[in-house]
Design a protein around this ligand. Structure first.
Ligand SMILES: NCc1cccc(Nc2n[nH]c3ncnc(Nc4cccc(O)c4)c23)c1
Length: 232
C-alpha cells in the first residue's frame, strides 16, 4: 500500500497473509471458516508449493493473541485464470481445518448482486504490500481509502485502453495505491467485499494506471460451487 496508514490493529479481522517459507507473498481474506479468497496470479512463482495462511495478524512478526498460521489443504485457481492477462484472477484456498473465529478472526461477506459500485464511491483496501517504490515491506497491516472510477474512464486509451471487462473494476491510483504484495486483498465498500486486488500493469501510484480489481459478484456461483464440492 503506497501512502496509506497503519490499520487499526485487528479491525480488519478478515485479512489473511499468504506466505511461503515465512514470507508474506499476497493478501487474501476469509470468506468462510475454512476458505480464503485471493488472486490466482499469486501462485505464479510458488512452483507448486502450497501457501501457509496467517490469520488474526496485525504485525507479521510480533506475537499476538489470536494470530495463527494455517496449512492449506487445497488451492483452486479459477479455471479461466492465466499468466497472459488479468481475466478470472481469483484463487480459493481451502484451509486444512476450520479457522477458529474470534475478535481477531472473522469472515467478510462478499457482494453477490452483480451491479457496478457507483463511481466516486470511497472504498478501502488493506495489505502488507510494499509501501514505496524501492519495495519497502511493512511489518504491520496498512490501509488506504480510494474512490471507485467508472469502467469508461478506466478503459480510456490513456489508461487501461479497453482491457477492463464487466468482471473488473478500478480505483483512482494518484499517489495512494495498491502495490506489490497487496494482490489478493479485498476492496471493501460499505463493509462488503466488492473486489479482489489484481496486479494488472503492476504499476503503483501512477494516476495513468488506475488500480484494477476482480469484481466478486460475477463469480459467486463459482465460489459457492467450489466450496460445496470440496466440503462434500
Ligand atoms: N497498483 C496496482 C498493483 C496492485 C498489486 C500489485 C502491483 N504491483 C506488482 N505486482 N507484482 C509485482 N512485481 C514487481 N513489481 C511490482 N510493482 C512495483 C514494484 C516496485 C516499484 C513499483 O513502482 C511497482 C509488482 C500493482
Amino acid at each position: 500500500i503506497l501512502r496509506g496508514s497503519e490499520a487499526r490493529p485487528h479491525l480488519k479481522p478478515y485479512m489473511a497473509s499468504l506466505q511461503l517459507d515465512g514470507q508474506h507473498v499476497c493478501g487474501g481474506f476469509l470468506i468462510a471458516p475454512q476458505w480464503v479468497l485471493s488472486a490466482a496470479h499469486c501462485i505464479e512463482e510458488t512452483d507448486g508449493k502450497l501457501f501457509q495462511v496467517l490469520l488474526g495478524a496485525h504485525s507479521l512478526t510480533e506475537p499476538e493473541p489470536h494470530k495463527r498460521l494455517y496449512q492449506v489443504r487445497a488451492q483452486f485457481p479459477h479455471p479461466g485464470s492465466n499468466i497472459h492477462n488479468n481475466k478470472d484472477d481469483l484463487l480459493l484456498l481451502q484451509l486444512e481445518e476450520k479457522a477458529e473465529l474470534n475478535s481477531d478472526v472473522r469472515v467478510l461477506p462478499f457482494q453477490r448482486e452483480d451491479r457496478d459500485v457507483a463511481a466516486d464511491t470511497v472504498c478501502e483496501v488493506a495489505g502488507w504490500g510494499t509501501t514505496d517504490h524501492s519495495g519497502s515491506r511493512p511489518d504491520r497491516l496498512q490501509q488506504v481509502e480510494r474512490p471507485v472510477i467508472s469502467r469508461d474512464v478506466c478503459n480510456h486509451r490513456t489508461r487501461h485502453d479497453g482491457t477492463i471487462t464487466h468482471e473488473m473494476m478500478c480505483t483512482d491510483s494518484r499517489r495512494k495505491d495498491t502495490c506489490k504484495g497487496d494482490s489478493g486483498g479485498p476492496l471493501v465498500c460499505g463493509g462488503v467485499a466488492e473486489g479482489v486486488v489484481t496486479a494488472g500493469s503492476r504499476v503503483c501510484g501512477n494516476y495513468k494506471k488506475p488500480a484494477i480489481y476482480t469484481r466478486i459478484a460475477p463469480y459467486a456461483a463459482w465460489i459457492d460451487g467450489v466450496m460445496a464440492s470440496a466440503d462434500g
